[in-house]
Design a protein around this ligand. Structure first.
Ligand SMILES: [Zn+2]
Length: 421
């Protein structure tokens, strides 16, 4: 069976052009050659991109399936145009040994999209004793991360980096010194003062990154900073890159779109970790992406139940959903307004992850590659509606916003995994 995606446009050979994609046996068979096929979908001049890649999601299964499952989380990714996602290991049980990890990989196969599984750095993600890195690499680990928690013990971090450098595996760091967070629930500053809640200082992130850059330099490990959020962190990474340290980093859509001045009341839809920082920090994130200090965008999709997020800033868990709104929000705010070229946004959400994590056969439209493709409608406005989410989580501060660039169609290996009704 062949499928022709007809009358689209896409970024190919260094320029945007009209694009027809012929798919046969799950692979891209030709670009702009075919005019007919067994099935034809007329895209009516929508944007075709490589399937997007999101290296930072939380799928919650096993352990927290009231918040999300592999099926709902991967369907949410497909709804957002993502075809490959990196799933974090803060699960119960934590997949911290080969047997548990292999079990997790099996579970992930039920997903609607391709799921790369992170392995934890420490046993039970407690930050104390390292896992058996070689065993988990052999079991199929995508990368190593204790995401959700920082690793306070410098000896544990140093040993981890030494071993991962030897194994040529990335260390993905939720950079946060747990001794410096002041039990904060939003960013430290005027908003936290006004609302009367404890604030998280910038140094809790930046100090941890400073230490870890020193250790990364000494070991040569690929050190990847998850969800960077402060201007000081970004400046440190800029200097580290200039000095040849093997560091990369990601930023979330919410740290590009919002800052703590957007929090006007005690509303936990604005609570995440790291928190929304100051406007200066937000602008540093935007500038860091544009000058190449920040390598890519990842959502940190973190679903919770409605009930949990109604508990207010002090009691509710950290995190917001992001898979289903990332591309449209960023397109609307930064591309439609002329701040970013469209090809940059596509690169930061697909090709960059491929390059940095050395992924094969994803992140590009190439003849012979698996047909992982996303199609976006840039012409018509839509309203972000939690009722349309495929995620179990509705915890988003962006509900009700008008956007352009919602997903029309997502294919994984040539199979439709999302199609707009
Ligand atoms: Zn994190």
């Amino acid at each position: 069976m062949s499928l022709l995606l007809k009358n689209g446009f896409g970024y190919l050979a260094g320029k945007f052009q009209d694009l027809n994609v012929l798919i046969e046996n799950g692979r891209v068979e030709s670009l702009n050659q075919a005019t007919t096929a067994d099935n034809i979908i007329d895209l009516q001049h929508a944007l075709i991109t490589p399937g997007l890649i999101d290296v930072h999601v939380h799928l919650r299964e096993p352990g927290f399936t009231n918040k999300e499952t592999i099926k709902t989380g991967s369907s949410a990714a497909a709804h957002g145009g993502f075809t490959t996602i990196g799933a974090m290991a803060n699960l119960n049980p934590v997949p911290d040994n080969a047997q548990q990890f292999s079990q997790q990989i099996k579970l992930n196969q039920s997903g609607a999209v391709k799921i790369k599984q992170y392995a934890p750095v420490t046993k039970q993600r407690q930050g104390q004793a390292c896992v058996n890195f070689g065993e988990l690499k052999n079991a199929g680990a995508f990368a190593f991360s204790d995401d959700g928690s920082g690793i306070d013990n410098a000896r544990v971090m140093f040993e981890t980096m030494q071993q991962l450098a030897h194994l040529h595996m990335p260390l993905c760091d939720h950079a946060q010194d747990m001794n410096l967070t002041n039990a904060g629930v939003i960013n430290a500053g005027p908003t936290a003062q006004k609302l009367g809640v404890p604030g998280v200082n910038n140094v809790s992130e930046t100090a941890q990154i400073a230490r870890n850059l020193v250790l990364a330099q000494a070991t040569g490990v690929h050190y990847h900073v998850c969800h960077v959020s402060t201007k000081e962190s970004i400046e440190l990474i800029r200097i580290a890159k200039a000095n040849g340290i093997n560091v990369t980093c990601e930023v979330t859509p919410h740290h590009l779109l919002l800052d703590d001045t957007d929090i006007v009341e005690d509303n936990a839809q604005f609570k995440m970790n790291p928190p929304l920082r100051s406007q200066e920090d937000r602008l540093a994130c935007v500038a860091g992406l544009m000058d190449g200090t920040i390598d890519l965008i990842a959502t940190d999709h973190a679903p919770h139940t409605d009930r949990e997020k109604q508990l207010g800033l002090l009691e509710s868990p950290n995190g917001i959903v992001g898979s289903e709104t990332a591309f449209a929000l960023l397109y609307t705010k930064f591309v439609k307004t002329g701040i970013w070229p469209l090809e940059n946004l596509i690169e930061w959400m697909s090709g960059a992850a491929k390059r940095i994590f050395k992924l094969t056969n994803v992140g590009q439209l190439k003849i012979g590659d698996p047909a992982d493709v996303a199609v976006f409608d840039l012409e018509h406005a839509a309203t972000i509606d939690a009722g349309q989410f495929l995620s179990k989580g509705h915890n988003s501060p962006f509900i009700g916003q008008q956007v352009y660039g919602m997903t029309v169609l997502t294919l994984v290996n040539g199979q439709v995994v999302y199609r707009r009704k």
